[in-house]
Structures are given as structure tokens and as C-alpha cells.
Write a protein that binds this ligand. Sequence first.
Ligand code: AMP
Length: 417
Amino acid sequence: MAKLSVRDLDVAGKRVLMRVDYNVPMEEKNGVMVINDTTRIKETLPTLQLLTSKGARLILAAHLGRPDGKREPSMSLRPVAEKLAEMLGKPVAFVDETVGPKAEAAANALTDGQILVVENVRFHAEEEKNDPVFAAQLSRLADVYVNDAFGAAHRAHASTSGVARIIRAWGGQAAAGLLMERELKFLGDELDNPARPFVVILGGAKVSDKIKVIDRLLEKADTILIGGAMAYTFKLAHGGKTGKSLIEKDHTGTALAAEAKAAQRGVKFLLPTDTVVADLKDTGKLNKKGKPVFEPINPRVVSGDIPDETEGFDIGPATAATYAEVIASAKTILWNGPMGMFEDKRFAEGTNAVAQALVAATQNSGAKSIIGGGDSVKAVNKAGLGDKVTFASTGGGASLEFLEGIPLPGVTALNDV
Ligand code: AMP
């Protein structure tokens, strides 16, 4: 169901409460909190500019970190408001309360086109409980609600869900921001009716984390390419050797069931044929859980089985070449989860090869390339290719749940059109 868009709102002179994702990485430097990466703030600027140019009085609400319902000065949104003012080149007001008379007075003092940031919604334990009284307090700040925080839309919290429902209950509108709208278009509509061939690439650590996505996409895709540590559970299910690799013994049945469903539906289901493995050297150190830390050494490529004393860390070059060829013929590509432990550059080649193939298909044959959030977005950005794909989702958990077909509370709370 399509959702009301911020583009269709009449907001002149109205107070618009907009939920944004300003959960930015911060660090203390000489006693002040400094923002390390402003991407999330930058991404909201088009929606902010659209609303302020239409004369909205904008109130921005967000969470930052995990203050667990307490006022935690290092997690204040004040530095974020200051950064936003700098980026917009105009003043942005800040109020050190989220709800209540002081916050309401600050919202009511706004004139057309002005922006106010209220304090971290998670300073109130009621936020994560979707407490109706807290949601009602938030609703008193606004006439209209906009949600542009896709990354928080899988949570039924007061600022993502409860407040939207209250505003709608008294006849107000609740719309998707431009960022949210793009997420719904690319992770939703485009994948519901994909141009074919539709190739899905799934990687990451665990089959159990991705099985619901695999299951749902088996109903849409022409080909599924599997990589990452989760490929080893498939290998184990086929009686292959997996050495010391990350596996989920309890999920071999899940893996086989997915392959059977693929065969039944005529979906090509490809598993890696070679693997980058490494020996494991005991560092003599213990991790936080008191377990010995091993360092991968002597990386090399093996075909077929993974030798007993080694661990698999990436797809091998033959697999990468096969996957690149499949990707080259695709018209729609969805990718979720890295092909290996890409954080270590010795094991990033498979992931980078997939990223390059995706970009080439986008540029050469006009394929739509969609990166479904989380670590694959990080990997594409790390390879410097972030702006060369059709769409990279801003969500992590939210993207995964949306791809699984789970209704997101932050989306369902918005008006349908
Ligand atoms: P996910 O969040 O499920 O997409 O998993 C991403 C994580 O899986 C990344 O941190 C990768 O380092 C990790 N990963 C992918 N392949 C492997 C592998 N072969 N061995 C260990 N970790 C892996």
C-alpha cells in the first residue's frame, strides 16, 4: 500500500513533527562531543528543505545512543542541532526537553520555515515502551507528522509509531519523508515487480539471520547467489567439510529446505565452489568473553572442501568470477550481506568483486542495483562505490525486516493513499 508523501502535504504555517535518524557516531574530544560522520544528517536535508520552503515550522525528534531512559549529557542532541545549523547555513533552535511545557513553548515560538531540534527521545523510558501518555505529549508539539527515519521504522516506539497514530486519530496527517519514500520504493515496489532477470546476492554470517529473506525472495528471484560464512552451513548440509569455519549445525535442514524450494520454483541457487581459507594462529590473548583470540595467517584459495585446521573467510576467485557473470546479465540486483570477512582486506576481494560487478551492470546495461542495508552498504562505501549503485538502504535491522516482508510499525502508522 502506497503511503502519503511529504510532497503532498500542505504545511504552510503548520507545526510539523519530523522523526529523523540522527543516531550519528560521536566521540569525546577535549570534553566536548564531536560528530565523526555527518552522513545521516546530510541525508535528511532534502526533506528539511522541502518542508521549510513550503513554510513549515519544523520540529525534529530523534534518538541518539542508548541512554536507557535517563538524561545522559554525552548523548544530548545539542551538538547535532549545531551541526545541522552549520550544514544548512541558518539558525536551528534546540530545546533541552523532549516534551512538556518548555518543549511546547519552543515549538509554538517557531515562525514559518524555522527549525527546532528537541532533546533525545530516549532520555524517556516511555519512548521505547511506546507509552501512550508520552506519545500524546509528543503529539502536542505538532499539527502534522513526518517520518524520515527508516532505520528506526522497525521499532514500535512512541516517536516512530504512537505519535503518528495519535495525530491521525484527531484528523492530522502522517506522511513519509523523501528518504523513507525512496526506501519504500526500492526495497518495496521495485522488488515486488522487478525487471528480469532478478538476481539476489545474499551473504553475511548466519543462515538463521537471513533465512526469512531467502525464503521470501525465492518467490521473486530468478537466481540467488550465496556467499559469506552462511555458505558453509550449506556446504555442511551437503556433507562437505567446513574445517573451523563459522557454521550453524542446527540449520543444515533450513539450508536444504531453501534449496529444495528453489529447485521446485525453478530458481537458480548458486553456492561457492572455492574458498579463501587461512590457518589460525593462537595470539595468546583472550577476548572480552575470556575465549582465546586466533589470528588468521597464510590466506590461500581451496576448491571444494575446507581443510580441517583452516577457517573459511571469503569466496574464492572462481566463485567471484561466476557470480560476476551472473550479475552482468541481471536487470535487477538486490544485495544483502558481505561475501566474506571484508573488514580484513585480505578477505575483502570477493565482496569487492561483487560490488564492482554490480556497478558495472548498473552502468553498462542499466540494471537497477539495490543494496539492502547494513554491512553490504558499509562494504560498498569502503570500496568507494556507494554513489555508483542505484540505491543503498539507510537501514540495518529495518531493511532486513522489510525484505522479510514484515510490516514495519513506523511505516504502517503513516496514512495510506
Ligand atoms: P551480517 O550482519 O549477517 O550481514 O554479517 C556480516 C558479518 O559477517 C561481517 O561482519 C563479516 O565479517 C561476517 N562474515 C562474512 N563472511 C564471513 C566468514 N567467512 N567468516 C567470518 N565472518 C564472516
